[in-house]
Ligand binder design. Structure first.
Ligand SMILES: Nc1ncnc2c1ncn2[C@@H]1O[C@H](COP(=O)(O)OP(=O)(O)OP(=O)(O)O)[C@@H](O)[C@H]1O
Ligand SMILES: CC(=O)N[C@H]1[C@@H]2OC[C@@H](O2)[C@@H](O)[C@@H]1O[C@H](C)C(=O)O
Length: 374
């Protein structure tokens, strides 16, 4: 297989994402020239074993030391397995696992070694997508917005709309598809809306020994406690102008706000907090979006989706409504971004991460030599 990436035309790239929920590695093929999407291909999923997940969990919030090394080994092994198929790809975009994120301190850590994976898989790997943006004063997240812009063009959107990712953390991208390029000032505004599923999962685990509130079944039995919700919304994060981003556990103390509540009321209230963060966030959009397209695991939670529908003035649908795959959008995004990095194109801009100028972040590692800048 040729190790060089052609300078023009579509590339078949494989993206991999290990998200803040710590459930597993999503992989997805995308065909793109770094601007337009030409097609979507095979998808895969490699779940973390319980023991692996607990190693990752122990690494959360740490920047170095044995826990970080152990988490790196888990991420390397899981991705070497997850990315072995399909083999006929020209490039891999490897996000890694975020252990810690502190843009104000100009540091962010996604573990996993792209140089090792390039050697193991025999395919060039783009990785460490966030560090350059953070080093240049950006938030380092979210990075999916350039891909969201391409998705809007792909399905023929003509009016401003939002993509909402409800993973462990929530993030929103406002897209104005009347602009020609994602880089154009005003085409994109993006930011993290607040905690999404992470606190719900944490509470479900701590109280009921369950991984998640499947189908919103527990929340559906409860009532949102408005006092706790108001305290949550008083957090300065919500009035801060975007772009802005969060670490997975930045709001971990919110569980204390629901400590005295019954299980159903506590879960309902955490679900309400996720929805309220989104509703508050949408107020920051330059114009009201004509629709909200929801991606990530939270779209499978009907209680959460209904809370959004009753509070927002536009249709709220899963991204499947426009032919996209909400379980794979982030993996596709990092395949897409890898092609942009390989071709020297930007991956973030002032509207997406608050960085002062366009940034094309990422390390490009080829199988023979490691850690080569593109
Ligand atoms: N059927 C379901 N019912 C309720 N919640 C669900 C369901 N399926 C998934 N979820 C929630 O979605 C979470 C997984 O979402 P997702 O895979 O988008 O997260 P992630 O990609 O790891 O996070 P992030 O986008 O923050 O990096 C699960 O941990 C769970 O909380
Ligand atoms: C630092 C980090 O890993 N951030 C993730 C996280 O998960 C959701 C939200 O917080 C988002 O900002 C980002 O991921 C998506 C893929 C992004 O960069 O667009």
């Amino acid at each position: 297989m040729s190790k060089a990436i052609s300078k023009t035309g579509p590339v078949r790239a494989l993206g991999a994402m290990s998200g803040t929920s710590l459930d597993g590695v999503d992989t997805a093929v995308i065909e793109t020239d770094g601007v337009a999407i030409f097609g979507f291909g095979e998808v895969g999923y490699r779940e973390y074993a319980d023991q692996e997940r607990s190693v990752l969990r122990q690494g959360l919030g740490k920047w170095h030391g044995p826990e970080v090394e152990a988490a790196t080994a888990v991420v390397n092994k899981a991705h070497a397995e997850a990315l072995a198929e399909p083999s006929d790809v020209a490039l891999i975009g490897f996000h890694g696992q975020t252990l810690a994120h502190d843009p104000q301190g100009r540091r962010t850590l996604q573990v996993g070694d792209g140089g090792f994976l390039a050697g193991a898989l025999g395919v060039p790997v783009v990785w460490d997508f966030r560090s350059d943006d953070v080093a240049m004063g950006g938030e380092g997240a979210p990075l999916a917005p350039f891909f969201h812009f391409a998705c809007a063009k792909w399905f023929g959107a003509t009016e401003p709309l939002c993509f909402l990712n409800l993973g462990g953390v929530g993030n929103l991208t406002y897209v104005d598809p009347s602009f020609e390029r994602a880089e154009d000032a005003g085409a994109l505004l993006a930011f993290d809306t607040g905690p999404a599923n992470a606190p719900i999962n944490d509470l479900m685990q701590a109280r009921l020994g369950l991984e998640m509130d499947k189908g919103g079944a527990v929340a559906a039995q409860g009532t949102v406690e408005t006092g706790a919700l108001e305290l949550f919304l008083a957090e300065p994060y919500f009035s801060r102008m975007p772009p802005k981003s969060l670490d997975r556990d930045d709001f971990s103390e919110m569980i204390e706000l629901v400590q005295e509540l019954s299980d159903p009321d506590a879960v309902a209230t955490l679900t309400g907090m996720c929805a309220a963060g989104v509703v508050q966030g949408i107020e920051h959009c330059p114009t009201p979006p004509t629709r909200v397209l929801v991606t990530g695991g939270g779209r499978h939670n009907p209680v959460l989706m209904e809370m959004l529908r009753v509070s927002l003035d536009c249709p709220v649908d899963p991204v499947e409504a426009v032919g996209l795959d909400g379980d794979m959008l982030e993996a596709q995004a990092f395949g897409y971004l890898a092609v942009r990095v390989a071709r020297g194109m930007a991956t973030s801009c002032p509207g997406t991460t608050g960085v002062k100028a366009l940034v094309g972040g990422g390390i490009f590692s080829v199988p023979e030599t490691e850690h080569t800048q593109p």
